[in-house]
Design a protein around this ligand. Structure first.
Ligand SMILES: O=C(O)[C@H](O)[C@@H](O)[C@H](O)[C@H](O)COP(=O)(O)O
Length: 234
């Protein structure tokens, strides 16, 4: 990243208020400028309170398209589905929510189907919000066999299918994920993470940059704009 700005929080509600306010500002600036906005939100356990706060805000959601940064290859009625979590929060407000995953059995096919779908969108996204795992993964760019493809896919490849090895215990399924070049194309990127363990990983990843074994380090090194990191010390 051109520059990294850290925002440290001691209390979750402070982080939620600040982050929801900043995301609202980014979306409304895009709506004022282009009449529409495209944003990518992560899955996992961190987003729920922030989604709830965003859902309370007076954003003109009907002109907003939301895609997941990545998704687990499960049907939308599966509790592991990221798009289901996003749809539950924002569809009732009139936002357009586009799934990354499809019925494709094979994760590679699912990746190409997701990539084809993203080609129809007004690119690049106004905002990409990244989460991070303790292993340094972000979106579904994991350390391991598919890391290279997700990191080196050309600018025209916006999503790929990945088969993390080992499968992440919190959601042991194959995935589709935005590629590093797609993430690096965003107008604004922010990272949200919590806890001392993740902070240590993130500090090391940022220091090591493109050489890092941590995917978040490689991805952040590709981003040409300043990145804000919201960290909750809990
Ligand atoms: O589908 C996913 O799993 C996510 O998009 C993933 O990248 C997530 O952001 C991290 O795993 C952090 O997850 P937590 O918020 O649960 O710590």
């Amino acid at each position: 990243a051109e520059e990294i700005e850290w925002w440290d929080f001691d209390a979750q509600d402070e982080l939620v208020d600040q982050l929801a306010g900043d995301i609202k500002f980014i979306i409304e600036s895009a709506l004022d400028a282009r009449g529409q906005a495209l944003v990518a939100f992560p899955g996992g356990s961190t987003p729920a309170p922030i989604f709830a706060k965003l859902a309370e805000s007076s954003i003109r959601w009907k002109n907003v398209t939301i895609i997941p940064t990545d998704d687990r290859l499960v049907p939308v009625d599966n509790p592991l589905s990221n798009v289901a979590m996003i749809a539950k929060a924002f569809l009732p407000l009139g936002a357009r929510v586009l799934p990354l995953n499809s019925e494709a059995e094979d994760y590679k096919l699912a990746g190409s189907a997701a990539n084809a779908r993203l080609q129809d969108l007004q690119w690049p996204p106004d905002l990409i919000w990244l989460g991070m795992g303790k292993d340094g993964h972000t979106a579904s760019i994991f350390p391991g066999p598919d890391l290279d493809e997700a990191m080196t896919a050309g600018d025209d490849i916006r999503a790929v299918g990945v088969a993390p090895d080992p499968l992440p215990p919190e959601a042991p399924v194959n995935r589709v994920t935005l590629t590093a070049s797609a993430i690096a194309s965003a107008k604004t990127t922010l990272v949200v993470c919590n806890g001392a363990e993740k902070k240590a990983v993130l500090d090391q990843a940022i220091e090591e940059g493109a050489k890092s074994a941590y995917p978040i380090g490689k991805v952040l090194a590709k981003i040409p704009v300043p990145v804000d990191i919201y960290w909750l010390d809990n």
